[in-house]
Structures are given as structure tokens and as C-alpha cells.
Design a protein around this ligand. Structure first.
Ligand code: SF4
Ligand code: SF4
Length: 304
């Protein structure tokens, strides 16, 4: 084992030991190559450059496993001038984010076995480059979040992934993680996706106990998580046309904002899901609804 590999191995063991496992990786799937993650702080330097001249140009855009984040879908829809239902039907496949057992949308690859090129790949390269998903922007970095045992606050960090097919690591371009993230335009994605990633990570950490507080969330809640994460049009319709606004305290000005603003709607959706799935006080029920719920719960328990 090389010195770097042995360092990576020790680092991984240390992380496993010190933390609850709450990792969201932005790594493209490549089952036949073990990935050696090396933890990097934002000021840490690494060598990497991807450009048309590399011998592996576009190799990584074939048969890749790309989970689409909520922000990916918003940005790609805008770029393609379509709305989420059409985007989902045309460009994605339903999948599961295994570590949390939650439904997600995956970018559809071409080929009967899904191992062909990405449908956005052309001879000129990525045809949606300005709107490419977060996973494509992050590569070869992964994003992880760790909650040290006993701590309340999570800590994000990046890790470097070296896959043998990727020759970008041999290129002469030294940069910090912060510089790379800025160049790739990642900040906006992380800002909007934060709540969604929190939910995935939290579910992943509960998984060994069977789910939040020892109980898995219902299929209906998982379905709603998928709707919130992938289809702002469907979720908006639900918020405005169901009993949602009669149930929760939402500022009237905020209601006006979410009628138009997709990002604001997503943030509301994540807060709501955190409340539904983990009973976090991220959204407040109206008082009369709360009283009714308590009375019903008591009735069910035979208290009255
Ligand atoms: S979206 Fe673009 S960068 Fe990402 S896999 Fe497809 S072609 Fe490659
Ligand atoms: S250098 Fe890496 S990221 Fe760039 S095209 Fe080659 S495999 Fe893909």
C-alpha cells in the first residue's frame, strides 16, 4: 500500500470511529474502481484539471450514476425551458438513495443497460455545461458531512476521489478546494440543497435503528419527499390546493413568494419534511390544528 493509500485508509478508519456515518457523496459511481477518499479542508491544495486535451475526455460521462439534487432539476429545467414533470419523464429514472432508503431521481444514461453516454453528451462535450448537475461540478471531489459523536452541529468537508480512468489528476493545475468550488459554481447548489442533504443524512444516521426514533417513515411520506425534491410544480399545487395552508402557520407574504419562487418553495418543502419525518420544529402547526391533533391522539390512547 502506498503512503497516500495508507494515509487515506487511516483517515477513513478514524472518521468511522469518531463519527456517526452521515456522508453524502457526490462521487460518480464506478463499481470496478475502489475510491480512496482523502479528506480536504477548504484551504487544502490538490492537483487537477479537466479539459478537452485529456486522453480520457468525456469517459466519465458514460454509464454514470448521478443522483439529481433539487437544485439540479430547477437549473436544468430553466436551461431546457421545460417544467419538472416533462424533465422527469424525459431525462430521469426513479432511484433510491440507498444509505437513507429515500427515493431520488437519477439522470438517465443512454443504452439498453444504461451504460451508454449521458444523453446530454455531444461531440462538443456536455451540451448543458452551464446547467450541469452538482455531481458533475463536484467531481473529482466528494462532499461529506459529519456529526461528531455527542455534537449537535454537523461539519461539512470535501474529499478527493482518484479513479484510475481519470487522468485529470496528472495535469499540472494546483488549486485549493475553495478555488475549485468557486470555479465550478457550487455555492448556490449547496445553499439550496442544504435542507435536502440534511434529510438524507439524518435518515442515513437513523437507518441502523430502523428509522427516525426507531420507526421507518411511511411510503406516503417517502412519496411526498420525492415530490418535494423533484417537482416544484406538483408540490406548489399541493401547498396551494390542499389543506396545507389551513394546517401550518405560513406568513401571507411568504405564501405570495412561494407562488412564484421555486427556490423559496423548495426551502419550505425541506422544512416541512423535517417536521413530518423527524418532528423538528421547522414549521409550526396552527393552534386549532394542534389542539385537534392532541385531542385525537389522546382519544386514540383511551385518555378521554
Ligand atoms: S450532464 Fe454533462 S457533465 Fe454531467 S454526465 Fe452528462 S454530459 Fe457529462
Ligand atoms: S479528466 Fe476526469 S473528469 Fe475530466 S474527462 Fe477525464 S475522466 Fe472526466
Amino acid at each position: 500500500m502506498s503512503e497516500q493509500d495508507s494515509h487515506a485508509d487511516a483517515e477513513r478508519k478514524r472518521l468511522d470511529k469518531e463519527t456517526e456515518v452521515e456522508i453524502f457523496d457526490a462521487v460518480r459511481g464506478d463499481d470496478d474502481n475502489p475510491v480512496m477518499p482523502v479528506r480536504l479542508k477548504s484551504g487544502a491544495m490538490f492537483n487537477f484539471s479537466c479539459h478537452r486535451g485529456v486522453s480520457c475526455w468525456n469517459v466519465c460521462c458514460h454509464g454514470t450514476d448521478i443522483t439529481l439534487t433539487p437544485m439540479d432539476i430547477l437549473v436544468l429545467c430553466k436551461h431546457l425551458s421545460i417544467r419538472p414533470p416533462e424533465f422527469l419523464a424525459e431525462y430521469t429514472l426513479p432511484g433510491v438513495w440507498d444509505r437513507a432508503d429515500l427515493p431520488v431521481a437519477k439522470l438517465k444514461m443512454t443504452g439498453a443497460d444504461g451504460k451508454g453516454p449521458c444523453q446530454f453528451l455531444t461531440d462538443e462535450g456536455c451540451s448543458v455545461y452551464e446547467a450541469r448537475p452538482a455531481t458533475c461540478r463536484y467531481y473529482p471531489l466528494g462532499l461529506a458531512s459529519i456529526k461528531p459523536k455527542g455534537a449537535d452541529v454537523k461539519e461539512d468537508f470535501c474529499f478527493l476521489v482518484k479513479e484510475s480512468h481519470c487522468k485529470g489528476h496528472d495535469e499540472d493545475k494546483l488549486q485549493t478546494v475553495a478555488q475549485f468550488r468557486e470555479e465550478q459554481g457550487i455555492e448556490d447548489y449547496d445553499r439550496v440543497n442544504r435542507g435536502w442533504m440534511d434529510i438524507l443524512m439524518k435518515m442515513a444516521s437513523w437507518k441502523s435503528l430502523g428509522g427516525p426514533h426507531g420507526k421507518d417513515v411511511s411510503p406516503q411520506v417517502k412519496q411526498m419527499f420525492f415530490l418535494v425534491s423533484t417537482d416544484v410544480d406538483g408540490f406548489r399545487q399541493f401547498v396551494l390546493e390542499s389543506k396545507f395552508l389551513d394546517t401550518y402557520e405560513i406568513d401571507p407574504e411568504a405564501v405570495e413568494v412561494i407562488k412564484e419562487n421555486d427556490e423559496a418553495l423548495l426551502l419550505l418543502g425541506f422544512d416541512w419534511m423535517k417536521n413530518v419525518m423527524f418532528q423538528e420544529s421547522t414549521i409550526t402547526m396552527k393552534e386549532h390544528v394542534l389542539h385537534d391533533s392532541i385531542a385525537k391522539a389522546r382519544e386514540n390512547m383511551g385518555a378521554i
